[in-house]
Write a protein that binds this ligand. Structure first.
Ligand SMILES: NC(=O)c1ccc[n+]([C@@H]2O[C@H](COP(=O)([O-])OP(=O)(O)OC[C@H]3O[C@@H](n4cnc5c(N)ncnc54)[C@H](O)[C@@H]3O)[C@@H](O)[C@H]2O)c1
Length: 299
């Protein structure tokens, strides 16, 4: 029997805190809910104070017990992120997880018409925001000396060229790679860094994902036949943010109903994939052995 090193000491103390940026809406809000359900204390940081108030109103018992707090923070501001991280660390004295989730759609339109200001704003929130979140989480976790987990929220748009606006996609790609490079640096401190890549998730940021799914273009592209919900992301984030994934670091997990796996579906569009035609059999290439074709596929 090999003794298992649990990687970090996450979950080994009863009172531990997660900081969730963009925690007042959508994926972040579902993530806050799940961590609370699992017994964690949570600080939700967000720029939108009225959504933050609504979140607190939804959880009066947890607020009264000191298990849930809101921090008004702009993730593109180092001062704000540092303050939110310190607030989270002081809630229970043990910051075990930081979820860098805050996001916006950012600049859109043709590259020839995209302004530098809009491009920089997009990167300030989506890329610098994650850098700052990892930086201040790492400082606190290193000082605590008990490891920790950082989960960054990227996007399917980080993995393909046409799943989102250009600035958004490029900034999200930086999130995937930051997760790898920071994971290698922070591993010796038992601080794990991973990221999730959501596909189309029904949140206020992506209203088209919530509209009628059946018969939609999305339903045709996505292998799993149902709408992606914020709760699907919350479970994946919880997995990566808790000791359930103690030996996983530097990874991305696509939570996308199979969109990345399906890829560009070239076979379907070019007619070169027999799954979409009417033939079954085996192609033996140039081996000199005859290929076989069994006529019409029966489904
Ligand atoms: N919904 C999707 O289909 C989808 C797909 C891929 C990736 N994502 C990513 O998931 C994350 C969450 O998005 P969502 O769909 O839940 O959106 P959402 O709009 O419901 O929630 C995002 C939250 O981030 C906050 N926020 C925005 N800018 C901020 C800033 N500068 N500082 C602090 N908070 C800020 C907003 O106020 C909001 O509460 C984002 O990073 C987004 O890019 C979403």
């Amino acid at each position: 029997m090999i003794p298992i090193d649990n990687g970090t000491t996450e979950n080994s103390t009863p009172a531990q805190t997660a900081l969730v940026t963009g925690g007042a809406s959508g994926i972040g809000r579902s993530t806050v809910r799940l961590f609370l359900t699992r017994g964690w204390s949570v600080v939700a940081a967000d720029l939108n104070e009225s959504s933050g108030r609504a979140l607190l109103d939804e959880h009066p018992n947890e607020v009264a017990a000191g298990r849930l707090a809101f921090a008004r923070a702009d993730v593109s501001s180092e001062e704000d992120v540092e303050r939110a991280a310190a607030q989270a660390a002081s809630l229970t004295g043990h910051l075990a997880c930081v979820v860098n989730n805050a996001g916006i759609g950012g600049a859109f339109g043709r590259i020839t018409e995209t302004s530098v200001e809009d491009w920089d704003y997009t990167f300030a929130v989506l890329s610098r925001g994650v850098f700052l979140g990892v930086k201040h989480a790492a400082k606190i976790m290193q000082a605590q000396g008990t490891g920790g987990a950082i989960v960054n929220v990227a996007s399917l748009a980080a993995l393909t060229g046409d799943a989102g606006p250009q600035a958004y996609s490029a900034a999200k790609a930086s999130v995937v790679h930051m997760s790898r490079v920071f994971a290698t640096e922070l591993g010796p401190h038992r601080i794990r860094v991973n990221c999730v890549c959501p596909g189309a998730i029904a949140t206020p940021l992506n209203p088209s994902a919530s509209r009628g799914f059946d018969g939609s273009e999305l339903a045709r592209a996505q292998p799993l036949p149902f709408v992606g919900e914020p709760e699907h992301l919350a479970s994946a984030i919880y997995f990566l943010g808790s000791s359930e994934s103690s030996f996983v670091t530097g990874q991305y997990l696509a939570v996308d109903g199979g969109l990345e796996a399906a890829g560009p579906r070239l076979g379907q569009y070019l007619g070169t994939d027999p799954r979409y035609g009417s033939l079954v059999g085996v192609n033996r290439g140039n081996t000199g052995v005859k290929s076989t074709v069994h006529g019409k596929a029966t489904q």
